[in-house]
Design a binder for this molecule. Structure first.
Ligand code: GTP
Ligand code: MG
Ligand code: ZN
Length: 361
């Protein structure tokens, strides 16, 4: 007799995603990608939880029958799936991430800051006003492409702008890899407009500058106004940051959504693939230059300068590509250098300790 094993499967899945959630974990985004990382032993001994909030000093974890605050851990971020040891009140280990958004920490530090993980779609939010900036949108796009996350550009505040079509056209020209949606987050049916990406089992995130309407969109998806938003409309570029924590919300019958605080500055690090993907057409053109090390300035046989003069490519876009690639290379190199220094310092300390221990004997 052929046994039917389907009842032992974690859930009925289509492409690894539940069609209908039958447990809280599935509602939180649990799927076969994480399931296959678990041993029987792990399943038996630990609770499966997702990090749903990251604050300065603490994290919040949620799972079946678990809703708890624990101490902040710098190596974890919102969206992570972890195994939690309830008796010792301690995170045992984190599961491999499906995707990770990360940037160079703002300010003088050179290290990486984790933004959010295990995301399927990143909504890159900008408003139809002076926040709109192709160079900045390209940064966010490269960030999402690096993490292999679907990017969608969301143009908000269409009600406040007269030439919405110009913004739409500009946004569509940025990359064929990004979908573009324009909306009024107060009046439009946010859930319907974003329904293609906000299906059950999916994790989506809103990222962008402060004041562009990320939290307002979360409220639009939820159908209420529980998430705090800027009470008075301020100048976006100077807008005070209303959202201060990274937080995951469950949308009834749909996806989970991560709201993030506005980013003042987005510096990419370890994102060369994302940049290459975004500017793939320029990379391929550069391969046709006569000289391998062509700087695309005055060299003869330069395919890039030819394409610029024939109007095939925009000079500004080429300049933005160079700038972003240069900055990313610098950030990644300084991060690698710092890591090497940290490693060398660690080794030196270990050797010194060993020598000290020996001389004491
Ligand atoms: N008119 C109009 N106002 C909007 C729209 N979307 C957001 N707003 C307003 O813009 C202001 C900023 O919105 P928030 O949702 O707080 O912005 P945020 O991106 O979450 O900002 P931070 O949390 O600081 O990163 C609020 O006053 C919103 O009511 C829109 O589509 N149209
Ligand atoms: Mg907010
Ligand atoms: Zn060239």
């Amino acid at each position: 007799m052929k046994r039917d094993y389907s009842q032992f499967l974690p859930f009925t899945a289509k492409n690894g995603m539940p069609e209908k959630a039958s447990s809280f974990l599935e509602i939180l985004g649990w799927n076969s990608f994480y399931e296959q990382q678990l041993s029987l032993d792990a399943r038996e001994h630990y609770a499966l939880v997702r990090i749903t909030e990251v604050h300065r000093s603490h994290l919040r974890i949620k799972g079946e029958g678990v809703d708890q605050l624990i101490a902040f851990q710098p190596d974890l971020c919102v969206g992570d799936w972890v195994l939690y040891d309830e008796s010792r009140q301690k995170i045992q280990y984190a599961l491999e991430r499906k995707s990770l958004l990360k940037r160079r920490r703002a300010g003088t530090g050179r290290d990486l800051q984790l933004i959010a993980s295990n995301i399927d779609t990143a909504f890159i939010v900008t408003s139809c006003n002076h926040d709109f900036n192709p160079a900045r949108l390209e940064r966010y796009l490269a960030l999402a492409l690096e993490a292999e996350i679907t990017p969608v550009i969301l143009l908000t505040k269409t009600d406040l702008c007269e030439d919405m079509q110009t913004y739409l056209d500009q946004a569509r020209r940025i990359s064929p890899l990004a979908f573009v949606v324009a909306l009024n987050a107060h009046e439009d049916d946010v859930r319907r407009l974003l329904s293609d990406w906000c299906k059950l089992g999916q994790t989506v995130a809103f990222i962008g500058s402060s004041g562009v309407g990320k939290s307002t969109l979360v409220n639009g998806l939820r159908g209420d106004s529980t998430v705090p938003t800027q009470s008075i409309r301020e100048d976006d570029s100077k807008g005070r940051h209303t959202t201060t924590a990274r937080q995951l919300y469950v949308i009834d019958g749909a996806c989970v959504v991560i709201d993030t605080p506005g980013m003042r500055e987005l510096q990419l690090s370890n994102a060369a693939d994302g940049i290459a993907h975004l500017f793939d057409d320029l990379e391929r053109l550069a391969d046709k230059c006569r000289f391998k090390d062509c700087t695309h300035q005055t060299e003869p046989g330069c395919a890039i300068t030819q394409a610029i003069s024939s109007g095939e490519i925009e000079e500004e876009r080429f300049m933005r590509w160079k700038k972003l690639a240069r900055e990313e290379a610098f950030n990644s190199a300084s991060l690698a250098e710092r890591r090497a220094k940290d490693k060398a310092f660690g080794k030196m300390v270990k050797t010194a300790m060993r020598t000290k221990a020996k001389t004491r004997r």
